[in-house]
Design a protein around this ligand. Structure first.
Ligand SMILES: [Zn+2]
Length: 300
């Protein structure tokens, strides 16, 4: 339990830090182990350090949803090898953050085609600033950029089933994509869902709290009681976990809107620690309640 909490907090820090940042480069990945969970005859979830990875493996080959950090590519590929001896043909990025796209360059060199929303390529190519965390992410090397991009929806027809790639209104960022496999009854939500921890909303990348709530509602409409939901961070989830996350976000938005209409600044409001009562359930990651209040206020 302790090590999984530690992993959550490292993952969250890493999420904030991005791919090329000093924090990511200094992080020690040597002790990271990749664990594999089978979700359906074709789908798997890999957990290491950074965003949770989805794997589809079957007669047509392998494709990944997200690829964590560059120093983990070899470990990720050996975990994939244990599932299938076929090559990785595609990687879908759920959004641009470096803990989800850091392996792109290695995967591309190994022969994979990178697929993402248009905004992911734009933001990776340009480099990003994250002022809330005084962090600058440099432009990604050209080989790490998505080669196939889309604006709204795309589908992958491989391994005997369809994966629907669905862009949602700006939520965690403005380039978020969720992946739905109706036949396997599995959904990968990227960072529109942090299971059991306060989520980061990257307002500097166009993220919005209301968009995150809408994305969650989109998935609640798609999911049934048996649906397996892969969150961007945290353990494998079900509809009940996502419902609790939804309720927390509604509470959070209501309090933030009230503070805003009362004319409070982000600093004043955060100083009052408005989410202190939520800390024990949701504060196990990097974002503690006062900082989460600032994140929320910036994303209203
Ligand atoms: Zn993220």
């Amino acid at each position: 339990m302790r090590s999984s909490i530690r992993r959550l907090s490292l993952a969250a820090i890493a999420c904030l830090a991005g791919a090329g940042s000093v924090a990511a480069q200094q992080q020690d990945f040597s002790a990271v182990e990749i664990t594999t969970t089978k979700l359906s005859p074709t789908l798997y979830m890999l957990v290491g350090e950074g965003g949770n990875i989805g794997v589809s493996a079957g007669p047509d080959g392998v494709y990944l949803i997200d690829d964590q950090y560059a120093p983990l590519s070899e470990k990720i590929l050996s975990a994939v090898k244990a599932i299938s001896d076929k090559p990785v043909r595609y990687v879908v990025n759920t959004h641009w953050h470096g803990d989800h796209t850091g392996g792109n360059e290695n995967m591309g060199k190994a022969g994979a085609t990178i697929i993402a929303h248009d905004a992911v390529r734009t933001r990776m190519a340009r480099g990003q600033e994250m002022p809330l965390f005084k962090n600058v992410v440099p432009p990604a090397p050209p080989a790490a950029l998505p080669v196939v991009t889309f604006s709204d929806k795309a589908s992958l027809h491989l391994n005997g089933e369809t994966a629907n790639l669905i862009h949602v209104a700006p939520a965690h960022t403005d380039g978020d994509v969720i992946i739905h496999w109706p036949a396997s009854n599995v959904i990968h939500m990227g960072d529109t869902f942090f299971n059991g921890i306060f989520p980061f909303i990257d307002a500097g990348s166009g993220g919005k709290l209301s968009g995150m709530i809408e994305a969650v509602e989109t998935v609640l409409a798609l999911a049934g009681d048996e649906t397996k939901i892969i969150p961007g961070h945290g353990p494998l989830a079900d509809r009940g976990d996502l419902t609790r996350f939804h309720e927390m976000l509604l509470t959070v938005r209501e309090r933030a809107m009230a503070a805003k209409s009362a004319g409070q600044t982000a600093e004043e409001w955060a100083a009052s620690n408005p989410f202190a009562d939520l800390e024990s359930e949701w504060g196990k990651g990097f974002l503690k309640a006062p900082l989460f209040a600032k994140v929320v206020y910036s994303a209203l």
